[in-house]
Design a protein around this ligand. Structure first.
Ligand code: MN
Ligand code: MN
Length: 468
């Protein structure tokens, strides 16, 4: 059974909406390259739309009622938004979930070293990357350096037009004979992902002796001086820093027809942004509408800011208490009666690599919001596997709202696989299905997605929050 290409259904007015949403997302994606930057921008947009900080509501001694909007964040890396519905929360909420961390390289705690009069930063990669894709390309540094005095210095270099960029070198083909015999996993090793950040030595003042002028590791000394002058940080401050190495530059329109967007971190900011936009467009919801943006999905949803954290249920408990719905039983009922779209990118059918898919059950660019009844690998292992009844509910919501959607699996049986956060929320007994937007070359430094899918995704999320 074939699903229709969404582009075929657009008149001029609709197409203008598709392009406008694509442009707003392209700007978000260009600006937000770390989980911290995503939370900061999402909180700004939420406040603009009338959301209040949960802590402020509590501090003011206020209560919450239908129509109120609140949000909470944890450590600047995960965020939850509530738009209170007319029904008691005990009846359950409609939840959108997506993750805002993306594969990248993180600086090690002791990253700076000099060799052959070049100064480099050592990294440890984060998430599933093909290491050979990260060499010989412009890179940017985003993150924070936390100092002992409690100040946190923000770093973002490599994005502005006149910023310098950074690079990991690759071997020239002329000397690459041995390298080219290796398999792709070993061509570039994790320990070789060292970022070149300078090569000019520090020159000492004229008054110093000749001996002093030839300072050992003068190139490293020069870098540390620049960091001291720019950020007022010492080498030791890297011990408490989180600096992410990401592809430099803005996301771009892709194709003569500008129908797609090429950018870093579609996985999973494409679902996060469209979920956020849907959440902000909710009006007078029947059931409380929730949008949850989590960190650490790419390394197993662990830690305080990952989906396994109690952050979500703690926030729900706080909001219910402010509504006057108190007690453990009410909370448990609320959590178990939720409906959730756990959103993450799907692998779009790629004509260059057609044989990893089974065509009837693959996602196609432009065919709308993608639903995975199950994910997992090797016999659905580790999969949430949404119930048939819940899939029927989601189909009804999408069809009633005229949203283009498709169903898919991640590759053909036993070709590989992968999972998302659905199975974690499902532990509460709530109904959850994996959904999301299809992308080409997922986890590459630049991924591609269709503007039609972004538009159908956002509309599908909004319909879900209002009508599921
Ligand atoms: Mn993902
Ligand atoms: Mn991923």
């Amino acid at each position: 059974m074939e699903r229709r290409n969404a582009w075929l259904s657009y008149d001029e007015a609709k197409k203008a909406e598709v392009m406008a949403l694509g442009e707003a997302y392209r700007k978000f994606l260009s600006k937000c390259k770390t989980e911290r930057e995503c939370v900061e921008e999402s909180a700004r947009l939420a406040e603009e739309a009338g959301y209040r900080k949960l802590a402020d509501v509590i501090a003011a001694g206020d209560t919450l009622k239908a129509g109120d909007k609140v949000y909470d964040t944890l450590y600047g890396k995960t965020m939850i938004m509530f738009h209170i519905g007319k029904q008691p929360m005990e009846n359950g909420m409609n939840i959108l979930g997506a993750h805002i961390d993306s594969p990248r390289l993180d600086l090690k705690q002791n990253p700076v070293y000099e060799e052959a009069e070049q100064v480099l930063l050592d990294t440890h990669y984060y998430g599933g990357i093909k290491k050979y894709q990260w060499v010989a390309r412009p890179l940017a540094l985003h993150g924070v350096i936390a100092k002992k005095d409690g100040t946190v210095v923000k770093v973002c270099v490599g994005e502005a037009e006149d910023d310098p960029v950074f690079m990991i070198s690759d071997l020239l083909p002329h000397l690459g004979q041995e390298q080219m015999k290796k398999n792709a996993a070993e061509v570039v090793t994790g320990e070789n992902l060292n970022v070149l950040v300078g090569h000019e030595p520090l020159v000492k003042k004229d008054s110093d002796s000749e001996e002093e002028k030839k300072e050992k590791e003068a190139v490293k000394a020069n870098l540390l001086k620049i960091l001291k002058d720019t950020y007022d940080v010492e080498e030791e401050d890297f011990l408490s820093a989180e600096i992410e190495v990401v592809p430099a530059g803005a996301a771009r329109d892709l194709g003569f027809d500008r129908s797609m967007i090429l950018g870093y971190g579609h996985d999973d900011r494409i679902c996060a942004y469209t979920s956020l936009d849907a959440q902000l467009k909710v009006t007078d919801p029947e059931r409380t509408a929730v949008c949850l943006l989590v960190d650490k999905e790419e390394i197993g949803s662990v830690g305080a800011t990952g989906a396994h954290s109690r952050f979500f249920e703690n926030a729900v408990a706080e909001v219910m208490a402010l509504k006057g719905e108190t007690g453990d039983l009410a909370l448990r009922r609320a959590l178990s009666r939720c409906k959730m779209l756990s959103s993450d990118v799907s692998a779009a059918f790629d004509p260059n690599y057609a044989d990893v898919n089974e065509k009837k059950n693959a996602a196609y660019l432009g065919h709308g919001l993608a639903f995975n009844k199950y994910t997992g690998a090797r016999g659905k292992s580790g999969s949430n596997d949404a119930s048939a009844e819940y899939v029927a509910c989601v189909r009804r919501v999408m069809d009633d709202a005229g949203v283009a959607f498709q169903t898919c699996e991640l590759g053909k049986v036993d070709a590989g696989g992968g999972g998302t956060i659905a199975y974690i929320s499902a532990n509460y007994g709530m109904q959850v299905i994996d959904s999301g937007i299809a992308v080409l070359n997922m986890h590459a430094p630049f991924e591609a997605a269709s503007k039609a899918d972004i538009y159908e995704g956002r509309n599908g999320y909004l319909a879900f929050l209002m009508n599921a």
